[in-house]
Write a protein that binds this ligand. Sequence first.
Ligand code: F55
Length: 803
Amino acid sequence: MDLSKRKFKEDFKKMLTEVYSMGLKESEATEQFFTLGNLIRSYVAKNWSRTNQAYIEKGKKQVYYFSMEFLLGRMLKSNLLNLGILETVRDGLSDLGIDLEALVQIEPDPGLGNGGLGRLAACFIDSMATSEIPAHGNGIRYKYGLFKQKFVNGYQVELPENWLQNGNVWETRKMHAAVTVRFYGHVWLEHSGKGYLVPHYEDAQEVLAVPYDSAVIGFNNEIVNTLRLWSAEVPPQDESTDYWSFIHQRNEIESISEVLYPDDSNYEGRLLRLKQEYFFVSAGVQSIIRHYKKMHLGIEHLAEKVAIHINDTHPALCIPELMRILLDEEHMDWEHAWHLTINTMSYTNHTIMTEAMEKWPIEMIQTLLPRIVQIICEIDRRYVMEMGRLFDTDLIQSTRIVEGGHVRMAHMAIIGSHSINGVAQLHTNILKEKVLHPFYLIYPSKFNNKTNGITQRRWLMLANEPLRHLIDRKIGNEWATMPTELKMLKAFREDKRTLQELAEVKRQNKVRFARFVEESMGLEINPEAIFDVQIKRLHAYKRQLLNLLHILSLYFKLKEHPEADLHPRVFIFGAKAAPSYTYAKQIIKLINSVAELINHDPDIHDKLKLVFVENYGVSLAERIIPAADVSEQISLASKEASGTSNMKLMLNGAVTLATLDGANVEIREHVGEDNIVLFGLRTDEVYHYYKDGTYHAHDYYEKNQVLHRVLNALIDGTIPGAEAEGYAIFDSLVRYGDEYFVLRDFDDYAAAQERIDRLYRDSLIWQKMALINIASAGIFSSDYTVQQYASQIWDVSSKVHRI
Ligand code: F55
């Protein structure tokens, strides 16, 4: 938008008086932040309503991205950047004696997600608005986001994250768009006499779903889409309501949107979770239908004008819910309703881990959602009947929805949609060939791949301004919307000056991060050291343990040979563990105890440091990633569906140290073998071991001296404070079979780390690798990812930028 500095300063002062009746001098950062937020809202208002208007008038097909999680991060700078007024506002505020960065810190970081899946949804809505795709987010307005992590004595302790405490400046409560969601009770069907059945409900609990809308601002394009998050409230009561039963009801109802479940890859069949899923699904689908009717097209054209995407199986109840509305409220016949539903729905799978697959007990659904369970059973019955004519019984039994008294949500999602996609090429192949192979036999054309992506605007332009400016000076700024233009940087691969400038940018970022570590943790780290980063949820399959065992081996090496020729290293971890995931919490404690040991050992000096940042999330990622030299992507091959921190880190010039897992495979294809450091088992080797059962972890403990020494350290008192954890972890590896092949991959990993050490010593070689990584990262922009979803799955137009 056009905005002069003078106009901005006037607007800002005016808004400050209007909202707070305050002059500039009396105001503090909090008031200034809210004032700026309100001002941005006023700047956005016109384009927001214009965008909505235009979608209706032009009859554009709308996409609704249903996700239990949107891990947005702070929105102030992102909104300013996308409006094209970041510099104007920064300068204007500075004239008024206000530091924009101080206001940024006032905004709470809304942690409405666990990890990759939630952050992907956030990158997607940014990219969809920027790519001019008529697409909106639909989710839950949790009162409490993901817990705040504290370390007490090295143990993870969870504290509530009350992000709404001071209000959310970006949202608008839309009371007129509230809808009612029904739970419990009984239902019976009556013949209407007109060819359809009419459901009657008795004793149902009614919940009012109130939407809160936030603007999703496209980058420099005047498009403003919507993120709609639902909050659960008690419907208006009549005078006959008993006061105490009302209070009881209110607590029960409001608990639906109270808190985000903190489990990122372990499914626990909790009733409240099922309520959450149906709550936002039903509210979202009802509201879509209501909006669709404004186009006056007749319900039979729904699939031409609406696409519903379900982010993992968590919103899979969209399928029976849309069926319910089409059957019970639109009086459509089953075949027609089913046809429309399939054509409307599409589904993304994010994991092959069986423990993360949702399976709801049928009785639980029966109690909570009596009409929905009928529809699910009918979908299942018809599937078995119709497919039974075409395929053999075993295949049908292994793919049907209802089995062993449970509803398999992934099965419902596949059967009820026209597209299922994996999130990286390798992951999609594993789905087709192994995990979902029976479905692939039945529906080969539903399967497709959409490799994940990240938004370069947040993860480079905002998080790493020094790098952004260097790139702009070298190749201009078209990469903001045409990220593969970054490849033009390759022309500078042999240019010493550019490589030195790149090194200088990285050094500056490392100094900045070192200052942060010193101030927040009281720990001094050397910016000359290699900053080696592993930031992601804590999970056994991601193998933070492999990293830690290697750190211990370096520690012992330095103890025995203080003169050992190692380039100084700072190992940086950021990770939250699900509160119920005991093993992950034990690993956290062990990492913290090892940090204590190494960081305070006077023999080690600054050759080796271990930093475990507390409360890792989007805001911390924005500080760490620009300072990273090495990106640890070391999951056991086949287990990480894609990974996205791998993409963020390469985009910021870190070199990837990786197994051939998830999107690492594609990163290698784009940077070339020489610009990535690979190690470890390959997917086919892992599957081989599963088949022939010849992996014996104990042998590696017995025969590998370095490993023997390191593993013994877990149980011989070398690591003070983590005795119990040391034992448990030792046992998991040596006695109970080492499920994720940590010991098997150890030597190869250590060798790869030595290669890193050698490469880093030659600054020009290293910076050339960094440059090629940045130059090759454009293809992993979520702009391209969503453009592919738009054309290949949703059948909507987008402004496609050439690749
Ligand atoms: C959250 C809740 C449940 Cl019940 C299950 C899983 C999750 C979750 O957070 N999953 C998740 O983040 N999966 C990750 O998705 C990313 C985006 O596709 C992938 O890059 C990553 O490999 C995958 O683990």
